[in-house]
Ligand binder design. Structure first.
Ligand code: FAD
Length: 224
């Protein structure tokens, strides 16, 4: 039996987090596999502040407890992210699995995190002291190493609204469905007139556990 606390607001969740040893639990698709005995969980799925997808001028804000299925159906989520998360697990995993859980698990094979790196996304963290915004590359420090302070929750992922339209993405797994990534690649290109102005490439999972390797090149006046 799974024990824990079902928070109904962000404030309530943060109170529980500082006053107990509860482990944040979103979709449970990673945690259920770990099957830790005697752990109490803090259930996040009913917290409205973590469940929304909103936009401002610069960013699409994806709540940490938004599932992959919900994001695929949302018109504001960039196509590049949709392409990657459509390949995650199976329909059942996509119905339960969340963005916060994907990065919160600290796996170097997390498919949405690759896109967050390629997009220069930001992660919004929240605690009783308030919110802090960090670049994904500063938050995700390596396999199972996150810059997540005690008492903090991942609140949302901020993906740039513009500049991700031209990209290439490839995931290579061991089979067509339910495939954990062996190697994947995301490249984002920006063109101005007939010049390629910027190219960001990310090639994680080359057999080395740890932080996705990142190769950024800004190509000025590289005519096609
Ligand atoms: C059969 C199967 C296939 C899978 N296939 C893929 C795949 O193809 N690609 C892929 O990337 N992943 C895959 N996964 C892994 C998993 O589904 C994803 O990592 C998913 O995004 C986890 O989300 P969740 O909500 O279920 O996380 P949970 O299991 O609820 O949590 C995972 C971790 O994140 C922490 N956490 C969750 N939310 C927060 C928060 N808001 N703040 C702080 N910490 C938080 C939890 O404490 C825990 O440590 C697969 C898993 C299974 C079982």
């Amino acid at each position: 039996m799974v024990n824990g606390y079902a928070a109904e607001s962000l404030q309530q969740a943060l109170d529980i987090l500082v006053n107990t040893d509860a482990v944040p639990y979103a979709g449970g698709t990673d945690l259920m596999v770990e099957n830790r005995p005697d752990v109490k969980y803090l259930f996040l799925k009913k917290i409205p502040e973590l469940r929304a997808i909103t936009v401002d001028e610069q960013y699409v804000h994806i709540g940490a407890a938004v599932t992959f299925t919900e994001a695929i159906a949302n018109p504001d989520v960039p196509k590049l992210m949709k392409e990657a998360i459509t390949l995650i697990g199976s329909p059942a995993i996509r119905n339960a699995g969340t963005f916060g859980g994907n990065i919160g698990n600290g796996s170097d094979k997390a498919d949405s995190v690759l896109i967050e790196f390629a997009a220069d996304a930001k992660i919004c963290l929240v605690s009783q002291a308030g919110e802090r915004l960090v670049d994904v590359a500063h938050f995700y420090l390596g396999r199972k190493k996150l810059d997540l302070h005690p008492g903090e929750l991942i609140k949302e992922i901020l993906l740039p609204r513009y500049g991700l339209e031209q990209y290439t993405y490839q995931k290579v797994g061991g089979r067509k469905a339910l495939a954990i990534t062996f190697v994947s690649f995301a490249g984002v290109f920006q063109y101005f007139k007939c010049a390629m102005a910027g190219l960001r490439i990310l090639r994680p999972h080359l057999g080395q556990p740890g932080t996705p390797s990142r190769d950024i090149r800004i190509l000025k006046r590289c005519f096609l």
